[in-house]
Write a protein that binds this ligand. Structure first.
Ligand code: SF4
Length: 360
């Protein structure tokens, strides 16, 4: 794979240069692109923009604040992945609560929560479930095991999200996206037929890519070819991904979750984009148990993460980037995770004067 063909970024029929905005939906692809300096290999008419594929970044400020409020109750032990501890709430973070009260635990797998709940039977153990289509299986396994073991003190606050409705929300808005590099991990779980509406309804090409720089480059070339030919297709250059929609995954979602409108950072509520706990397992539903009625629509003032997530701003266009917001002291969630655009750009491109970071 070379960039030879990519350098012919012109429309032979009209004799003009085609400019193309291609969104990489997945945070892991953003990391590959920035670490490898891949954008600098592309012709200037092709712009890669980051999308809403970092689960930590898209979790609504209101959900974070709800968790932080519950975490301050004396009889509650909060369990979450490490990145979620660093995400700043409006006033405090789980990391600070952990330092002050000691009632926040980090897990590496949702099934670890079972042991924690069993060893802390005098407390209500609240698991903060975050992630896209890829991670719902692990939360489903947790619910199943908790049910089997009749664990009564476990409650799960689900902020699981579906990436497709967010992509549709972008295309329904004012975005100028010409094509998508589809997330490899989600596609592995769902099958790439899951993204068919991007071509059928929105007439945009979308290509699943693997996680080496040459895989991403190959998907860019494929998208460029499809755009030039005026073809809207969903394809995969990631060999392990099948087209057929994974029925087992769909069954699992239906069994343990219910699709609901969900709040996203930057977007607000997106219809049918979130997974709440199915009524069949309502004894584990933290939103019912703690009587959480709603998620406030308040992104953190001063943080442009909502615009970064939607590809409307580059990290360096946030006035706090590299100043009041750095990975050791993040002001917003996009500076927290390994998949967050601000964090990736800061770590791998900041020293090269954030080259190519301004919007074209
Ligand atoms: Fe938010 Fe920090 Fe990124 Fe600015 S640099 S958008 S404050 S995460």
């Amino acid at each position: 794979m070379t960039t030879k063909n990519l350098k012919k970024g012109s429309d032979p029929c009209k004799g003009r240069t085609l400019t193309m905005k291609i969104m990489e939906v997945c945070g892991s692809h953003t990391a590959v692109i920035v670490k490898s300096g891949l954008a600098s290999l592309l012709p200037p008419n092709i712009e890669l923009i980051s999308g809403p594929g970092c689960p930590v970044c898209v979790t609504a400020q209101g959900d974070i604040d709800n968790i932080l409020e519950i975490a301050q109750k004396d009889d509650v032990l909060v369990v979450a992945f490490g990145d979620m501890l660093k995400v700043p709430g409006t006033r405090i973070s789980l990391k600070k609560i952990r330092a002050e009260r000691g009632n926040v635990e980090i897990v590496y797998s949702p099934l670890d929560v079972i042991n924690i709940a069993e060893s802390n039977s005098e407390k209500t153990v609240l698991y903060f479930a975050v992630g896209f289509e890829t991670t719902v299986g692990a939360t489903a396994a947790l619910i199943k095991e908790a049910k089997r073991k009749k664990i009564r003190n476990l409650k799960i606050y689900s902020t699981h999200k579906l990436i497709m409705p967010a992509m549709k929300a972008l295309l329904d808005g004012e975005s100028e996206i010409d094509g998508f590099i589809l997330p490899g991990h989600v596609s592995t779980v769902t099958g790439y037929g899951y993204f068919e509406d991007i071509a059928k309804i929105y007439k945009k090409p979308a290509v699943v890519a693997g996680f080496w720089p040459e895989n991403v480059l190959e998907s860019v070339e494929e998208i460029q070819t499809l755009v030039k030919r005026g073809k809207a297709e969903v394809k995969s250059v990631y060999k392990v991904v099948l087209k057929s929609v994974n029925m087992e995954w769909q069954k699992l979602v239906k069994e343990f979750f219910v699709v609901e409108n969900a709040a996203w950072r930057g977007f607000g509520k997106i219809p049918k984009s979130g997974l709440d706990i199915n009524d069949k397992y309502k004894e584990f539903d933290a939103k019912l148990f703690f009587n959480i009625k709603d998620v406030k629509r308040t992104d953190k003032p001063g943080c442009s993460c909502g615009e970064v997530i939607k590809g409307m701003k580059k990290p360096a266009e946030c006035s706090l980037f590299g100043k009041a917001c750095v990975p050791d002291n993040p002001f917003g969630p996009c500076m927290v995770s390994e998949e967050g655009s601000c964090s990736v750009w800061y770590k791998y491109s900041y020293n090269s004067k954030i080259k190519g970071q301004k919007s074209k």
